[in-house]
Design a protein around this ligand. Sequence first.
Ligand code: GLV
Ligand code: MN
Ligand code: MN
Length: 409
Amino acid sequence: MTELTNARRVMDRCDILGRISEEPDRLTRRFATSAMRATNAAVAGWMRDAGMAVRQDSVGNLIGRYEARDIGAKTLLLGSHLDTVRDAGRYDGPLGVLVALALVGRLHARDERLPFALEVVAFADEEGLRYHTSYLGSRALAGLFDPRDLSRVDEDGVTMDEAIRAFDGDPAAIARERRDPETVLAYCEAHIEQGPVLERRGLPVGVVSVIMGQSRYDVAFTGQAGHAGTVPMDLRHDALCAAAEFTLTVEGLARRESGLVATVGQLTVAPGASNVIPGRATLSLDVRHLDDAARDTACRDLHNNATAIGAWRGVVVEWQPVQESATVPCSPDLGAALSRAIEAQGYEVITLPSGAGHDAVVMSALAPVVMLFVRCEGGVSHNPAESVAVEDVAVAIDVLDGFVRALHP
Ligand code: GLV
Ligand code: MN
Ligand code: MN
C-alpha cells in the first residue's frame, strides 16, 4: 500500500470518528460516554486488522499491542487521545492514534517485527471536558491518577467512579495500570500543530521542543440575586459583573505580559433570568507560560485581582485550583532521531514549542517523550474547521516509520 493510500485511510478514519458524537450537530466526545464506547469499538477493530492484541484498560484507555521480535523486549508507546472538546475538530487526538496505527499496519503488512514491542494507546481523556481535570488516561499509565478525582461530579450529577464502572472500567484497579518505567522505551505522539508555525514555514511536520506548563482554576463569585427593576445600582452585589470584570483583568494581564496566555473559557450564571440580578457566576480559568515561575506569578496576581474585585463589589470569591502541570521538555535524543527521519524524507527540520497540552506531558513522568507536529490549515484547532492535508499525513507516517526503524532499545 502506498503512503498516500495509507494516509487516505487515516483521513477516512478521522472522518468516521468525527461523526461519533454525543450531540447531533457537532462533535463532542467526553470521557466514558456512549460516544467514546462506539469510538473505542471502531478503533479496536482497526487495531486488530493491524495485527494487534487489543484491550481496554480499567480507566477506559484502548491499547493495541504489536509484539517485539524478541520476548522480554521493551515497549515503545505511541498514541494520543480519542476524547474531544465541545464542538471539536476531527484531528485533535484521533490523528495521532490513527497515524500510529497506520505505522503498525505497515509493519504488519510487511510481516516485520522490531527489536521492541509497539503499543498504540488511545487515551480515554485528555481534554478534561467531562470532569474538568484532564489527562485521566495517561495519568493511569504514569501512576499519577489521583483517586480523589473519582468523587468529581459531571454536569448530570454522575460521579467519575460511576462513569468508569458504566464504561466497563474498574476504579479500584486503576493504580495497577501504572507501567514499570524499566519496560518502557519511550512515548511518541503525533499531533496536529494547532498553531500557524509550520504553515508559515511551508513545512508538513516539525519536532516539538517543549510543552508549555499550565494551571487551571474554577473560580466562583457569589453575590446576591435580586429584582432587576427594583434594586438600585449602588446597592447591588452582581456576581456576573464581578466575573466579567475579572475576565477582562485576565485578558489585560495576558496582553501585557510577554509569553503569557490566559483564558476564561466557561462561564455559568445563576439563576439565569433576564429580570434577575445574577446571584452566582462560576468560570474556568486557564493560564499558560513556558516559564513556570512567570506562570506562578501570573496566577498569584490573578488570585489577588479576583479577591480585590470581590471586596469592592461585596461578592464572595472562591478560588479552586483544578490542575497544574509544569513546562515539560521533550527528549533531545529522541528529537534528534525524529529530525533525522524528517531529513531523510527531504524536509527541513524545525523545532517548536507546544502551547497546547498533550498526553506526552504526563507520560514524561514515565519515560522520555517525543512529539511530531503535523501542519494544520490556518493553525485552527479546538474548532470544527480543523483541517489537515492528506499529503502531510503521508509524510508523518513515513517519518514515524523511519524513526522507529532507527530506534534502538
Ligand atoms: C489541550 O487541548 C489543551 O488544552 O492544551
Ligand atoms: Mn485539544
Ligand atoms: Mn490533543
